[in-house]
Write a protein that binds this ligand. Structure first.
Ligand code: GAP
Length: 460
């Protein structure tokens, strides 16, 4: 990573190259909403696809699920979200701005605000002179109060309390409430997992840092059900698996670390949680995913609230029990930002500056570009034919405008790992040049061999 990667630079780059735009920009934008452009949507799909491939397709003990975003409201009572999915909110009387009380306290003092009650926070904010409104320096605050992060809406035409529903704040609960369905309709046996990807919504008080924290975001979660007593071992196993996923996709090891949550700060459902954190140049070590041992908390809660028996029956031992759950829970938006930052490189080669996105080929939005050296026949026809042959396999880009050097630079910035040039010699020797994005080395190979070569380079 170049030393000069700032958030502003990444945001500008993402816009310029069509990775991420501010949502509703022509109306002045809306805070904390972003749209993924032509390259961004490809890259995020690749992140999700790689997660699904490794977590579901390459295993025989995990199945997939796609549950609804709007679920029965009792789900969120059972899960504890209605009562407890809160951030502590404080309003400044001078600027009228609202802040997360824990952030105000922790930014100005050496105190750790996690787990503090609203009353305790109110007292500290009112007494400690160092705590000021970050906007105007004011020192007059309303009492701290819990603020529920779930988005509420209504089903049907009547906005009555009995019609309140929520946009899911995590995908996990869709998995727990389908535990019995999956058990009964597929041949899974503990230990096994159910994986899901999709949108989640949280009315964050202070979203920010571009796509790192938004109110609408995606999650990739897998609940892995195990026999109690084997949970600690399985937790270790998933910590390694998830670490290796990032390494296999080329994230720099020095930018990834594990963070063990202290026992006294664990969520109510967790026996142990370890985060995988990325060292963002603009915000330091920050969570990409959490890997939690959720015990049998969720299944027991849903069994109690729904009246359904959600125990597992082990036919081999004739035992009934509530499985424990190991949950790797990740966010593709954040992960994409980490991979982008990790890959973004400004370098000088042979006296020339270039910006290059050194993404793993599996994550690169465009896998290959085809360049005809000339727009004219027969070079263009041969190049077009090659492009048509390749484009069914993955996203390929055809570019016949500008010098070859400029075309390379455009693809370097877009992260395209391979450029294939069809030139005049191709007409004679039936060979083309493949150029590697990172080494910039060029190799001449038969045009017939391009498809297989690219396949090996990309999936290797
Ligand atoms: N089911 C457990 C759970 O939801 P979490 O740590 O709250 O755990 C998991 O969320 C992941 O979802 C986070 O590590 C992060 O990658 C992503 N995530 C959570 N809130 C987010 C937000 N507001 N914006 C973007 N990603 C978010």
């Amino acid at each position: 990573m170049s030393q000069t990667v700032t958030m502003d630079k990444i945001v500008a780059f993402c816009k310029r190259r069509g990775f991420v735009y501010q949502s509703s920009e022509i109306y002045g934008g809306i805070r904390s909403s972003y749209d993924y452009g032509p390259l961004g949507v490809e890259m995020k799909r690749n992140v999700k696809e790689e997660w699904w491939r490794r977590t579901v397709h390459m295993r025989d003990d995990v199945v997939g699920l796609d549950a609804a975003i709007i679920m029965h409201p009792r789900v969120w009572e059972a899960s504890g979200h209605v009562g407890g999915f809160n951030d502590m909110l404080v309003e400044s009387r001078t600027s009228g701005r609202r802040y997360r009380a824990d952030h105000l306290i922790e930014d100005a003092t050496e105190l750790d605000a996690e787990g503090m009650s609203a009353e305790e926070m109110t007292r500290i904010i009112q007494e400690d002179e160092r705590i000021k409104d970050p906007v105007d320096g004011g020192r007059s605050f309303a009492p701290v109060r819990p603020f529920n992060l779930m988005f509420e809406t209504y089903t049907g035409p009547v906005k009555a309390p009995e019609n309140v529903v929520y946009l899911r704040p995590e995908t996990a609960q869709g998995i727990f409430v389908n535990f019995k369905n999956v058990m009964q309709t597929s041949r899974v046996k503990v230990p096994f997992g159910i994986a899901q990807q999709g949108k989640s919504f949280r009315n964050e008080i202070t979203p920010g840092n571009f796509i790192f924290r938004t109110r609408e975001f995606e999650q990739m979660e897998m609940e892995f059900f195990v026999e109690p007593g084997t949970d600690e071992e399985w937790h270790e196993y998933w910590l390694k698996e998830r670490w290796n996923w990032y390494m296999n996709l080329g994230l720099k090891a020095e930018n990834l670390r594990s963070y063990e949550h202290p026992k006294e700060k664990l969520s109510h459902y967790s026996k142990r949680t370890v985060d995988l954190e990325y060292n963002f140049p603009f915000r330091g070590w920050s969570e990409l995913e959490g890997i939690a041992n959720r015990t049998d908390y969720d299944l027991k809660q849903h069994a109690a609230f729904s009246g359904e028996n959600l125990e597992y029956f082990d036919q081999a031992t004739n035992n009934r029990y509530f499985p424990y759950v190991i949950e790797p829970a990740a966010g593709p938006d954040r992960i994409m930002l980490a991979f982008l930052v990790d890959a973004y490189t400004e370098e000088v080669v042979n006296g020339e500056e270039r910006t290059v996105l050194k993404l793993h080929p599996r994550l690169a939005p465009t896998k290959a570009a085809v360049f005809p050296l000339s727009k004219k026949e027969p070079v263009s026809t041969v190049a077009k034919q090659l492009y048509d042959d390749l484009k069914g396999d993955y996203r390929v880009f055809y570019d016949d405008s500008g010098s070859i050097g400029r075309r390379y630079r455009r693809q370097d910035e877009a992260g395209t790992p391979f450029c294939v040039t069809v030139d005049f010699d191709t007409m004679e020797d039936k060979q083309v040049t493949i150029r590697d994005r990172d080494t910039m080395e060029q190799e001449r190979i038969p045009i017939q061999a391009v498809r297989e070569r690219l396949h090996n380079l990309i999936s290797g």
